[in-house]
Design a protein around this ligand. Structure first.
Ligand SMILES: [Zn+2]
Length: 356
């Protein structure tokens, strides 16, 4: 394909995409339902999605549906997949009060805390009933462990009922992390292009181009990836770190969500697209090979060169067991900042910036 021809096809595709994103209408909306929660147009309602009981263990997922009076897109906002990641959770409670269903076009599904058992017990990564990572067990299983059942409910009631999805994360209780987003390019061309617009509208400068996610819909692993494989454009965002509830991280989440709502014409205004994105086209998470204590020797957001020392691990007697070095030159997207470390757990993530 010649460059000229590619350009022409690109322009036509872009125009098509732009038109398909414009959904402003004065047409009256319909009622909207997920689980037992049914909401009339122009109203907002909160309730729990129930996670089925097995072996005496059940759970619930608190959600709010804001159903606009005017027809439009359905945007799902999911917080609390990891129970120690607070700014997205707090951002959604603020937004619940900010968004007026009378002026909203379309529908917002807010999942306030996807992983209630982890939140209640203040646990990083895992769910205390099965010690699985909820963001590795999608699309879930109605007969599986608690995490798998939570994932199943989210797949059936949230992913399948939305048009677009944002999976809102941040550095976990132990992770010093700079704000960044994942553009998961594992879907079809149109889904990927809309997802790309979503990362730009969310407004965070550092964007990982993620082509590593599986395309197997029966073992999609991640919430966002599951949405993408269902042809629902989706992004994963990271804003916040070390279990903090800082204002800057909360506001960054709110501004990001408002940007995406503008992109889809759910509220008035144009999104502030990132004007100077830093595209990261290669990233690697380095995992621990030992149990013990981790001592970081770099800081989130620092640039490290290949082979540079990033930290070391000692055993429980204080003897050095392993030195960690950067696998290639790049930005430290996150680094563990609390001492406990277990074999197989992440230590840090490096991303290299895409050459122009
Ligand atoms: Zn997370």
């Amino acid at each position: 394909m010649s460059f000229k021809r590619f350009n022409r096809v690109g322009v036509i595709f872009f125009l098509f995409l732009s038109l398909s994103l414009v959904s402003f209408s004065s047409e009256k909306n319909d009622s909207f339902q997920i689980g037992e929660i049914k909401v009339a147009p122009g109203e907002s309602k909160s309730g729990n999605l129930s996670v089925p009981e097995k072996n005496g263990i059940s759970s619930f997922i608190p959600v709010t549906i804001i159903n606009g009076s005017k027809k439009g897109k359905v945007l799902a906002l999911v917080a609390g997949v990891h129970g120690y990641e607070y700014p997205p959770v707090l951002a959604l409670y603020r937004m619940k009060k900010m968004i007026d269903p009378q002026t909203l076009s379309g529908t917002i599904i807010m999942v306030h805390i996807a992983n209630i058992p982890a939140f209640q017990k203040r646990i990083i990564y895992y769910n205390p009933f099965d010690w699985k990572n909820l963001n590795r067990v999608f699309p879930g299983n109605p007969e599986g462990t608690l995490c798998q059942r939570i994932a199943y409910v989210l797949t059936e009631e949230v992913i399948k009922k939305c048009d677009f999805l944002i999976d809102l994360h941040c550095g976990d209780g132990n992770e010093a992390l700079i704000p960044y987003t994942y553009w998961m390019a594992s879907g079809d061309e149109e889904t990927n292009e809309i997802s790309k617009k979503m990362v730009l509208a969310f407004g965070i400068k550092y964007i990982i181009i993620d082509k590593t996610r599986t395309k197997d819909i029966t073992d999609s692993k991640y919430l966002g990836n599951t949405a993408v494989l269902h042809s629902k454009p989706a992004i994963t965002t990271e804003s916040g770190y070390l279990g903090k509830t800082d204002e800057v991280s909360i506001v960054r989440n709110i501004k990001g969500i408002l940007g995406v709502m503008k992109l889809f014409r759910m509220i008035e205004g144009d999104p502030d697209l990132v004007s100077d994105p830093v595209w990261i086209d290669h990233y690697q998470v380095v995992y621990s090979e030992h149990d013990g204590l981790f001592y970081p020797q770099t800081t989130m957001g620092y640039y490290v060169t290949q082979g540079q020392k990033v930290g070391y691990i000692t055993d429980y007697f204080g003897n050095i067991r392993e030195e960690l070095r950067a696998p290639f030159s790049g930005i430290v997207l996150y680094v563990i900042n609390t001492p406990p470390i277990s074999k197989g757990e992440p230590l840090f993530e490096v991303g290299s910036v895409k050459e122009k």
